[in-house]
Design a protein around this ligand. Structure first.
Ligand SMILES: CC(C)(COP(=O)(O)OP(=O)(O)OC[C@H]1O[C@@H](n2cnc3c(N)ncnc32)[C@H](O)[C@@H]1OP(=O)(O)O)[C@@H](O)C(=O)NCCC(=O)NCCS
Length: 179
């Protein structure tokens, strides 16, 4: 029997994550293929605490549920690198046009089939619709070869390796087309 999760979706869309999504988000981050690379804040209460400011707009990070043919299939967030300074992130970055993204696919059966590449290409193209955005960055763990390969296919290039609070990461850049 083919489940909806073993087929790949035709269309991708993004809707803002809301508080009611957090139990689903918590369950996703506990799945082994996500937990391997995505440090969950822990319990649902801890996740609510970590994400409340983004969901309410107090901080500028925006969280989205990825929809594949209208069904939730993943998560992606976008932040301003300069806004990360308050928490000690990206202190060398002074360009207010730089955005960063973090993401995962929720269904293990959909990994390694090009969906992540499509997701990132689509989302990055939407970010560049904002003329203020100069560059999009992402920072997979250096050991996350699948993610690095996916981001490379989606147009990102390694800038340099960086030490983050989440460990050693490959800081990758996708410059605004035409710059
Ligand atoms: C990272 C992620 C979004 C990528 O999406 P995806 O749909 O799996 O990626 P794609 O299928 O588009 O591309 C993966 C590529 O990596 C390759 N790959 C897979 N495992 C690999 C490995 N161990 N070493 C090298 N390359 C690998 C695949 O063959 C494919 O490349 P190819 O098309 O040239 O053959 C998804 O795998 C995911 O959510 N992973 C779990 C959580 C995670 O790691 N999130 C990212 C945190 S930075």
């Amino acid at each position: 029997v083919l489940t909806s999760e073993s087929a790949l979706p035709t269309t991708l869309a993004f809707r803002p994550m809301v508080r009611a999504d957090l139990p689903m988000f918590a369950e996703w981050t506990a799945r082994p293929h996500v937990a391997e690379w995505w440090e969950s804040p822990g319990t649902l209460a801890e996740i609510e605490e970590e994400y409340v400011d983004s969901l309410s707009g107090v901080d500028s990070t925006r969280c989205f549920i990825v929809l594949g043919d209208a069904a939730p299939i993943g998560f992606i967030q976008v932040y301003s690198a300069v806004d990360g300074h308050a928490d000690g992130w990206w202190l060398d970055e002074h360009d207010v046009g730089v955005r960063g993204i973090d993401q995962f696919l929720a269904h293990q059966s959909q990994l390694n089939r090009g969906l992540g590449t499509r997701l990132i290409r689509t989302f990055v193209a939407e970010l560049f619709r904002d003329p203020m955005v100069t560059r999009v960055q992402t920072d997979p763990a250096v050991e996350n070869a699948r993610a690095i390969r996916c981001y490379t296919k989606a147009g990102f290039v390694l800038h340099r390796e960086v030490e983050t609070t989440d460990g050693r990461a490959a800081l990758m850049y996708c410059e605004r087309p035409g710059l």
